[in-house]
Ligand binder design. Structure first.
Ligand SMILES: [Ca+2]
Ligand SMILES: [Ca+2]
Ligand SMILES: [Ca+2]
Length: 411
């Protein structure tokens, strides 16, 4: 029975970051190495039969998504990024999306029911001076066959529990009855994404604040599985998304490029071409490059056949960094892109047979998450301060969180 309830209180807070854990963890100075040419060419035409439709809008930083057996969606929103001490003003939430009128989308009255709301949210620009309009908070979610689900939370406010352990960065367990069970695991580095291997009864969680993948058992025991070395020009390799390859049992991790600390005397938010997808053998922890030459690989999904789907936040050169004192909520503020070019995100399919990659969609506004389920892909987009003015393909527009569904993408 679905209940509407407020999540347990976030009394004590601590922190690190979101995708742009990228940024804060520290600057790495560039080396003299020259980047290898991207090894993956992308065919830009989309499949003729592809259908891409917007199924939800008006959201605030939608992130992880899972699909219930009955077709309803479970959606995590990080919120609007306003940091506040008043929990009633917090905007992160986890909701059930139910297409009550069966018109194929979730934008009709009563179709979104929050299960947990008032989850803390923050912006890395104001919290850490990252130079980017990036919202963190509740992040990814996995749904188990028995109906339980688990989602990540990230709260940067400084604070520690009485026993000295950091609070606010954790994986939360929710029962099949939608009652919150508490934290499965508490960590001190941002957890950006997670996946679950039912055969091993093991979670694989990316610690983007530590450039690491950990395993977490059902009883909450965490163990490091793999650490990521610096990318080719010395940037931090920040794990941003993760998926289980059901054909091999491997996990795939999207590595987002951290900052280049010495780019002609300045700072570059990321280096296009450095981002990649790595494949990890879960027995040995051994890594190998699966897809290289990406601009900003931020999440990855795999279908039953082993086809890999990669979402890139943007496929363009980084925008200039945002001033730290930029007022993100001032309607008169200039339409700054916020560190990443807007409306330039993409989804690309890398066929399991090794044939030419296929660009499924392009021009998405700052997508962050992708989920594969039942022959469909769901893409969450609209990263940044909801309602803030930016320049779109048709002129000034506002940042809005949306979810797209892609179908019929296979040849
Ligand atoms: Ca509907
Ligand atoms: Ca509708
Ligand atoms: Ca995902």
């Amino acid at each position: 029975m679905m209940s509407s309830r407020v999540a347990d209180p976030w009394v004590i807070r601590t922190g690190v970051l979101f995708v742009a854990a990228v940024v804060v963890v520290g600057l790495i100075w560039a080396t003299d190495e020259v980047a290898d040419a991207p090894t993956v060419a992308t065919r830009l035409e989309t499949p003729a039969n592809l259908a891409a439709s917007r199924v939800a809008t008006g959201l605030q930083n939608p992130r992880g998504l899972a699909v219930f057996p009955d077709g309803r969606l479970l959606v995590v929103e990080a919120g609007n990024g306003i940091e506040t001490d008043d929990v009633s003003l917090e905007t992160g939430r986890v909701s059930i999306f139910d297409d009550l009128n069966q018109d194929g989308d979730y934008d009709d009255p009563g179709e979104i029911s929050p299960l947990f709301s008032q989850i803390p949210s923050y912006n890395t620009l104001t919290a850490f001076g990252t130079g980017n309009d990036e919202v963190g908070g509740a992040g990814d979610v996995v749904l188990l066959d028995d109906g339980r689900f688990f989602f990540t939370r990230d709260d940067p406010s400084v604070g520690y529990a009485a026993d000295g352990s950091p609070r606010g960065i954790n994986v939360v367990e929710v029962g099949a009855d939608f009652v919150m069970q508490g934290n499965l695991v508490v960590r001190n580095a941002t957890l950006n994404a997670l996946t679950f291997d039912p055969s091993a009864e093991l979670f694989y969680v990316v610690e983007s604040g530590a450039n690491r993948v950990i395993t977490v058992t059902m009883d909450g025991t965490a163990t490091a599985l793999a650490d990521f070395a610096e990318l080719e020009q010395g940037q931090q390799a920040v794990p941003a998304g993760i998926a289980l390859d059901p054909t091999t049992g491997d996990i795939l991790v999207a590595l987002f490029s951290g900052q280049l600390g010495d780019y002609f005397g300045g700072l570059l938010t990321f280096m296009p071409g450095s981002s990649k997808i790595v494949r990890i053998d879960t027995d040995s922890g051994e890594q190998q490059d699966a897809i290289t030459g990406l601009t900003t690989g931020v999440d990855v999904a795999v279908d039953e056949a082993g086809n890999i789907f990669v979402v890139e936040l943007t496929s363009r050169w980084p925008a200039s960094r945002m001033p730290r004192d930029f007022d993100l909520f001032d309607p008169a503020a200039p339409p700054d892109p916020g560190g990443y070019q807007r409306f330039s995100g993409s989804v690309t399919m890398y066929p399991a047979d090794g044939s030419t990659p296929v660009r499924l969609v392009d021009g998405l506004d700052s997508p962050t998450n992708i989920t594969y389920a039942n022959g469909e892909l769901y893409v969450s987009l609209g990263q940044g301060t909801p309602g803030r003015t930016v320049i779109g393909p048709d002129g000034a527009t506002q940042i809005v969180g949306e979810i797209y569904r892609l179908t019929d993408f296979l040849p």
